[in-house]
Design a protein around this ligand. Structure first.
Ligand code: CA
Length: 545
């Protein structure tokens, strides 16, 4: 069972597609300040001939001469896939007019193997995939990477994308005002974690899907006290089966808290730490402790993993789940004994719960695998142009769908579907679908939609409106990361332990909560919050506010 689930999740991660922007509209409507480096570079960029006299305007080929580029990146995470031979990857190089020279390292050990090479600068690769998103600017500070904004004349696709995605542009802007990486993209607003109800149980109970905490509690009581699964035993129902790591996603927003990111800025830009909110976080804990005391949260919930939740669901023991949206039709509904492929017999995603505050779901950051150009490369212009071409919409279409007539077909109405081969995951991986480990590929919502049940895709579209951005990804200075690394692990440990103790009643909310808050003070939460505030101010500046 476990193995199968891992495979499913992996295949989602790899085939699910996305597309740039993925339906996300993060434009804040604010005008971009043209005072900073990146914005003026975008504003002043004009396509110009390179040193060989070739003019690249965003489409392939990117050069008029025989050319090759050396890429340092990852092998596929599928051991039976040789990405060097994958048709989609070869197609992109072929259209670019460039021959790839590969310097690939094991997928799982990439960070361990690549980090020392990048830090020491001991590589002649022209293009390098960095092992993480460089949160502390370690690779940027190594001086190995070219500030891409100095080459924006050669990056028409990239600057268009940056202009259309101010949040990602701000996140990519380093502390020194330059942009060093071209990113791949995750789906960030679609298929995010959400609340799911057992539709058959709702129907049996004769109720609509609850949208408030009060209605929700009533529903749990009904599930607990009735023989929902009809096996003659009214005591074997587990009203909700949710792993503990999803409780913050599920209930925090009803109390106005983003307990997933932890840090959050209010409308005025003031940053606070949700777990140190002595009013709202206390109310959150009081609510969950109430559910626990009443037996509406199972006594064993802290030990549950996804396999156990799937096992409960397969035995028709529960009415409520909360997980990544993907689980809805692909891991939960499909194991229900009576699921027939329709919404009426499924675990269905629903709107978030509201309390004193209106509910929302928490999305994720979209920046994924990042690529930079080696400052020591003898062909920086070519490398920059290749990255620009490789992130273009034209190439994203290859990454997400493959090649027409081979991996997919276009119907008369313009819609697409995968061919029989395209629906074979092994074949599709070998074909090179979503090659994010070697190229700046974006996942696509549209290609995910056709992988899940039709009702699931429709529900995802309905839930997108509730998804809010998480705390942005902001580069840290070394002093900032020192402060965070010094204090945050102890704070996190304290929070994790106390949360469970308060929910289960091991700690008393009336007598012990104040000392919990003082303990966070003693662990220097103020200093960490101050760092987050400084970073957030920098982010707003890069955003043009
Ligand atoms: Ca029963």
């Amino acid at each position: 069972m476990k193995r199968k689930i891992a495979a499913i999740v992996l295949s989602f991660a790899m085939t699910a597609c996305l597309f740039a922007g993925c339906g996300k509209d993060k434009d804040t409507g604010t005008s971009l300040a043209n005072t900073d480096t990146v914005d003026s570079a975008i504003k002043n960029a004009t396509p110009v001939e390179d040193s060989t006299g070739y003019l690249y305007t965003g489409a392939g080929p990117i050069t008029g001469e025989d050319a090759s580029l050396k890429l340092m990146a990852q092998e596929s995470n599928y051991t039976n896939v040789d990405i060097r031979k994958a048709p989609i990857v070869l197609k992109v190089f072929e259209e670019a007019g460039v021959t790839p020279v590969w310097d690939l390292y094991d997928y799982n050990d990439y960070e361990k193997l690549a980090a020392p090479i990048i830090s020491s600068g001991d590589t002649d690769a022209d293009i390098i995939k960095i092992p993480d998103n460089d949160p502390n600017q370690v690779y940027i500070k190594s001086g190995l990477f070219v500030p891409l904004d100095e080459f924006f004349d050669y990056m028409p696709n990239f600057i268009k994308w940056l202009s259309e995605n101010p949040v990602e542009k701000a996140e990519l802007t380093a502390e020194d005002g330059h942009i060093y990486y071209v990113p791949g993209l995750n789906v960030a607003d679609d298929y995010q974690p959400c609340l799911m109800y057992n539709k058959v149980w709702l129907t049996k109970a004769g109720i609509e899907a609850p949208t408030t905490l009060d209605e929700f509690t009533e529903m749990l009581r009904y599930f607990k006290n009735n023989d929902m699964n009809g096996n003659g035993d009214a005591s074997d129902e587990i009203p909700m089966c949710v792993m503990k790591e999803f409780l913050p996603y599920m209930f925090g927003p009803a109390f106005g808290l983003d307990l997933v990111s932890g840090f959050r800025a209010d409308e005025a830009g003031n940053v606070t730490y949700a777990y140190a909110d002595s009013e709202n976080y206390k109310k959150y804990l009081e609510y969950l402790n109430g559910l626990y005391e009443e037996g509406l949260i199972d006594p064993d919930f802290t030990s549950w993993d996804r396999d156990m939740v799937i096992d409960f669901i397969s035995k028709d023991l529960t009415g409520v789940a909360f997980d990544f949206s993907w689980a809805m039709s692909m891991m939960y509904s499909n194991v229900l004994p009576y699921y027939d492929g329709t919404e009426d017999t499924a675990f269905i995603g629903v709107a978030p719960l509201s309390g004193e505050c209106e509910g929302f779901y928490i999305g994720r950051n979209s920046l994924s695998g990042m690529f930079g150009v080696n400052k020591k490369s003898s062909q920086i212009e070519l490398a920059v142009k290749f990255l620009d071409y490789a992130m273009s919409d034209h190439c994203q279409d290859y990454y997400q769908w493959g090649i027409v007539g081979e991996s997919y077909i276009v119907n008369a109405d313009g819609s697409r579907e995968y061919t029989e081969n395209g629906n074979n995951n092994d074949w599709l991986q070998q074909f090179g679908i979503n090659p994010a480990f070697v190229l700046p590929a974006a996942q696509s919502v549209e290609a995910t939609d056709i992988l899940v049940a039709p009702w699931h895709a429709r529900i995802n579209g309905e839930l997108r409106q509730y998804v809010k951005d998480p705390w942005p990804e902001i580069y840290a200075t070394s002093k900032e990361s020192d402060t965070v690394n010094l204090y945050m692990p102890d704070i996190q440990a304290k929070v994790d332990e106390s949360t469970i103790d308060f929910i289960t009643g091991k700690k008393n909310l009336t007598s012990d909560f104040d000392s919990y808050i003082s303990e966070l003070d003693r662990l220097h939460i103020d200093e960490v919050t101050e760092v987050r505030q400084t970073q957030y101010n920098r982010y707003l500046k890069a955003l043009g506010e």
